[in-house]
Design a protein around this ligand. Structure first.
Ligand code: IVH
Length: 691
């Protein structure tokens, strides 16, 4: 329940502001830092507005890192930092006519303008891209920087060279130092092209053109950026050696004369009514534009007045952004489809009676997950309110309960995978239900085969992700065993684009080289849920052979009795992993996959106590590494211990068998001493473990 900010108690308000500040900072980081927001702009704005309303009432209780005090997230790693000579700030938002009238009155009041004094203002489209500062010296483009956190951005000069609408040289009269600011964006056509290409390559899709532009500008390799068409609209200035114009409208003309692109739908008006009319006119053209805009920016035209008005907090007093309302519509939810993602996640998707929202026909919407469906009580047959907020995938906001048909029933995600029929399970704490089919599920097969050939598994050199995607699409490799049958399809391989004699033979040789594999790697390669490299090693050491493990898993299938107890009793296993293992080995389809594989490859038996003489009895024991080791990384130390069958844990307890202490070991060593646990130096460890 949201309490009215005028009535809320001070302590409750302070607590809510703390919570909101964290939440907003997280969204800022995702939006600016990672280009991957998880909420719509409208939801984000609502959070900010709520924060601002509370802050306005209890300013002294707002947290020190109030979201109002900085814009965006700190710069990402990988680019040189640029301190902005004039900070790149943000805009206040107006949501309705009243807010706009207040802006105009505020300006008039601040400047003490009489009612007869004309106040010219510009209205221009608010481009939904990312802001960029271009620094020209003597008319030459010297530097391009992103906004970053407003104070410090990233130097992306090399990535800007191929952007449409960024002249490298300005001719005519140009201030010696001139920083032009504006918005970099990706046009719709290019966005669609790029996402299609990414889909083909199996890469995650960009959610909207803004994220796509941001992701493209921040590519470390400028060649990648050059392969994507980005565009730039100029609208402002930063550091300048002399004031370049007396009015904003004159400035825009000057920009256009220098060769910058200036958004063409702007207008110059004289009052609130004029602004509202411009907002309406730009709003009507919105659906026909080839780029996203999310509102209209109003600015005081006279620059001397802008200077007098100055800034309040993070935003200028001379401008405001009048946002477009998120586009909503009502339609009927005709069905709920369940899609299975490449990692086995079951995602419910709303099938909608097609409807136009903001100029785009919508027939699908995401329902996220089953908790979301339950929370909103969304049912097939319901009339739902959907929203498209710039994002490509529309959302279902709410259900019109007053229109619910009489015999509707709550929706449940199926307990089995719609693609392969395997059990679909939700692990504790996970909001996502997942198919447990792994290799047997076609939806997951490609990812599973990639895992199969990965480093910790079969490690087949020359068989990259792209090849697997392509081979799978063409039916050359659909199961792991098919990889080992590729030798019979040499002619098919040679006929493929990019595969010559040499590369084909190299690949086939790499595959041949992997026909023999240690049991633990084989087990890891199968991609059984929760069985990573460490667990695979433990299991291999315990059961020694694949046959023994298969037998044990079948015996443990009743989830009780000796075999089950033995399985869950293995250090580091637990009931969850045991469950996953038993499920895998008792599924006849997984069995077939494994059988087909062992016709092709030889699985080596694991040797228990494989270490040197003298470390007998170490297998199965628990070791803690503490302090800085001189010759070993923690990773390597862990691998050494696991190689001889030891279990590595993070903290010392009565169950610990051994502690290896490096430099500055701290409290763990003290605790080991108290408990009388054997403590070794790094050298003693190396000797004992035979390394
Ligand atoms: S003027 C002091 N004009 O919107 C900031 N900004 O929400 C003055 N934006 O950071 C900004 N189109 O990235 C201005 N025509 C326009 C704009 C625009 C898009 C962006 C800009 C700004 C953000 C604020």
């Amino acid at each position: 329940m949201t309490v009215d900010p005028d009535r809320i108690e001070v302590e409750a308000a302070a607590a809510e502001m703390d919570r909101l500040a964290v939440e907003i900072a997280d969204h800022d980081r995702r939006y600016h830092g990672e280009d991957a927001p998880i909420v719509s702009d409208a939801d984000y704005d609502a959070l900010r507005r709520r924060f601002e309303a509370l802050e306005a009432r209890f300013p002294d209780r707002a947290p020190a890192d109030s979201p109002g005090r900085h814009v965006g997230a700190r710069p990402a790693q990988g680019f040189e930092k640029v301190i902005h000579a004039r900070p790149m700030l943000s805009l206040r938002n107006a949501f309705d006519e009243e807010d706009v009238a207040e802006f105009v009155q505020g300006v008039r009041r601040f400047l003490s303008l009489s009612s007869e004094t004309p106040l010219a203002m510009t209205a221009e489209a608010k481009i939904d891209g990312l802001s960029l500062a271009l620094r020209y010296e003597g008319g030459r483009l010297m530097q391009a920087a992103t906004r970053g956190d407003g104070r410090e951005g990233e130097n992306v000069t090399r990535n800007i060279e191929t952007v449409d609408g960024v002249p490298k040289r300005l001719v005519g009269e140009v201030p010696d130092i001139l920083e032009v600011r504006g918005e970099i964006y990706m046009a719709h056509g290019e966005f669609l092209r790029l996402n299609k290409e990414r889909e083909r390559e199996g890469l995650p899709l960009y959610a909207n053109p803004r994220n796509s532009a941001a992701g493209s500008v921040r590519q470390i390799d400028p060649a990648v950026t050059a392969g994507r068409r980005l565009s730039f609209f100029a609208y402002g200035w930063g550091e300048v050696s002399e004031r370049p114009a007396e009015t904003h409208s004159a400035w825009l003309k000057r920009l256009a004369n220098w060769g910058f692109n200036v958004e063409p739908n702007g207008a110059c008006v004289k009052d609130t009514a004029g602004l509202i009319e411009a907002h309406r006119a730009i709003g009507t053209r919105r659906a026909t534009l080839d780029y996203d805009i999310d509102g209209v920016v109003y600015k005081v035209d006279r620059i001397d007045w802008q200077e007098r008005l100055g800034f309040a907090g993070r935003a200028p007093r001379w401008a405001v952004a009048h946002k477009f309302p998120a586009e909503r519509a009502e339609t009927v939810l005709e069905d709920i489809l369940v899609q299975v993602g490449r990692t086995g996640a079951l995602t419910p998707v709303a099938v909608l009676r097609p409807i136009t929202v903001g100029g785009v026909v919508v027939s699908r919407a995401t329902l996220h997950n089953e908790d979301e469906i339950e929370r909103k009580d969304i049912r097939v047959g319901d009339t739902v309110i959907i929203q498209r907020a710039g994002d490509v995938i529309p959302q279902v906001l709410a259900v019109r309960l007053d229109r619910r048909p009489e015999q509707s029933t709550p929706f449940c995600l199926p307990a089995t995978c719609p693609v392969c029929g395997s059990e679909a399970r939700r692990d504790g704490g996970d909001v996502v239900r997942r198919c447990t089919g792994g290799l047997v599920c076609r939806a997951q097969a490609v990812e599973r085969i990639k895992h199969f050939v990965s480093r910790g598994g079969f490690d087949i050199e020359g068989l990259g992700h792209k090849h697997i995607e392509a081979f799978f699409a063409d039916g050359l490799v659909e199961t792991p065993a098919d990889i080992f049958r590729l030798g019979d399809r040499r002619a098919d391989l040679l006929a493929r684009e990019g595969w010559g004699e040499q590369s084909t033979d190299n690949l086939l040789a790499a595959i041949e080289g992997r026909r023999q594999i240690p049991f633990d790697r084989f087990l890891y390669a199968l991609g059984i849920r929760h069985i990573g490299e460490s667990n695979a090693r433990l299991l291999a050491r315990h059961y020694r052979s694949l046959e023994a493990l298969q037998r044990a898993a079948v015996l443990a299938a009743s989830r009780e009795g000796e075999a089950w107890e033995a399985l869950i009793g293995i250090d580091g296993m637990g009931a969850g992993r045991a469950e996953d293992l038993v499920t895998f080995f008792s599924d006849p389809r997984s069995k077939r996959i494994v059988e087909a594989l062992i016709e092709q490859v030889t699985v080596e038996e694991a040797v228990t106590n494989a270490g040197p003489a003298g470390e007998d009895g170490l297998a199965g024991r628990t070791v803690v590494f503490t302090g800085t080791l001189a010759t070993l990384s923690r990773r390597e130390a862990k691998a050494q211990a696991e190689r001889i069958g030891m279990r590595v844990v993070g903290s010392v307890s009565a169950k610990t068998d051994l502690v290896v202490a490096g430099e500055a070991p701290g409290s763990k060593k003290r605790k080991a001493e108290e408990l009388g646990i054997k403590i070794l130096t790094e050298n003693e460890w190396l000797e004992l473990s035979g390394h």
